[in-house]
Structures are given as structure tokens and as C-alpha cells.
Write a new protein. Structure first.
Length: 198
């Protein structure tokens, strides 16, 4: 096989690589079907929903990401990861106290989170994590799904968790940029795994 044939085959394989990349708050992930475009939902907060192009009340899964500067989690005057999760859960996800502790591997180490339920605007399940970043910032990620869409939501969560990466680390799986480039949202984090809905 000659070089032109090998190049054509390689480009064909790249074209067949499934997935739509979503970038938000310095994070990126790849899913088979696209999420909506990130929309502001408050100060330093963005959210995306699935499927793309449908109103919130018809979405089957959503991700909310709230970025906090280093001062927000400073050991001297800031909030603990649990306090950051509680704040985002209450203000941005309309959920009360957590439904129970859970843990996922984030940035190569275990990160504690909470499961939650809410009835606003309809019964939903979720998980929330405070991700400490190399930049000193923290991104609190909340995953949420309607109770009736639990199976599809869990499948989407697995897809996101498996592919979640730092958006600015040059990782081609997320259309990464070289280190130091700014995607407009500054924060970064890496893969999630483990955990369970409660």
C-alpha cells in the first residue's frame, strides 16, 4: 500500500470517529449526539442540555458548570468543596440537601460528591462535584436528569465521564489547543469514572 492510500485510509478513519465535542468552563467531552450550546445561567455559570435544540423542560440530561476563582476555595477564607457543592446545588440546581455521598475519580484522584433529587421544575436526579483545577480555580459540575429519563441520563453521564478532559491541554480527542491557549472559560479538569445515582 502506497503513502497516498495510507493517508486516505487514515483520514477516512478520522472522519468515522464518532462524536460531537462540547466545551464549557475549560472542560470538554465527546458524545455521539450533540449537547446544546453552553448558555449563561448566572455569574460564572454555564449550562448545556441534551438533546440540543429542545426547551429545558424537554431535555433528558443537563450539565451545569460554575467556575470559582482560587480565593473561593482558599483554606484561609474560602469555602470547602462541600460548601461549594451545597451552594451550587441550591442556587443553580434548585435542590436541597444532598441525597448522599458519592465518589468519582477526577484528575486522577478520588473526588467526593453528592447525589441529589429535586422536584423543581419536575422530579430530577443528579450528582454534583467540586473539581479542584491545576490553575487553582474550582469548577463545580452538576449532572441532572428527569426521573423518567434515568436510563438515558445514566448512559449520557457515562459517555461524558469517559471522555471528559482539560480543554486546553492539546488533547486532540476534544479538539484541544496547545497548553496556555484560552478557550474563553479558563478552567480545566480531567476524566470522571465510578460513582452511582442514589
Amino acid at each position: 500500500m502506497g503513502l497516498p492510500s495510507m493517508l486516505a485510509m487514515g483520514l477516512g478513519l478520522l472522519a468515522l470517529t464518532p462524536g460531537h465535542v462540547t466545551r464549557m468552563q475549560g472542560l470538554c467531552w465527546r458524545t455521539a449526539e450533540p449537547f446544546s450550546t453552553p448558555e449563561p445561567v448566572g455569574l460564572d455559570a454555564l449550562a448545556v442540555g441534551f438533546p440540543a435544540g429542545v426547551p429545558f423542560e424537554r431535555q433528558r440530561f443537563s450539565i451545569t458548570a460554575v467556575r470559582f476563582g482560587p480565593e473561593a476555595s482558599s483554606t484561609k477564607a474560602g469555602m470547602t468543596p462541600g460548601e461549594l457543592r451545597a451552594y451550587v446545588r441550591s442556587i443553580f440546581l434548585a435542590a436541597g440537601p444532598g441525597g448522599g455521598p458519592i465518589r468519582r475519580t477526577l484528575l486522577g484522584r478520588p473526588v467526593d460528591g453528592d447525589s441529589f433529587t429535586t422536584s423543581i421544575p419536575r422530579p430530577r436526579l443528579g450528582e454534583i462535584y467540586a473539581l479542584p483545577l491545576a490553575s487553582g480555580e474550582t469548577v463545580v459540575l452538576g449532572f441532572s436528569m428527569p426521573v423518567e429519563a434515568r436510563a438515558q441520563g445514566e448512559a449520557l453521564l457515562t459517555e461524558v465521564v469517559t471522555t471528559l478532559r482539560e480543554a486546553d491541554n492539546g488533547d486532540p480527542s476534544c479538539g484541544g489547543r496547545p497548553s496556555g491557549s484560552d478557550d474563553g472559560n479558563r478552567s480545566n479538569a480531567s476524566g470522571l469514572s465510578e460513582g452511582a445515582w442514589r
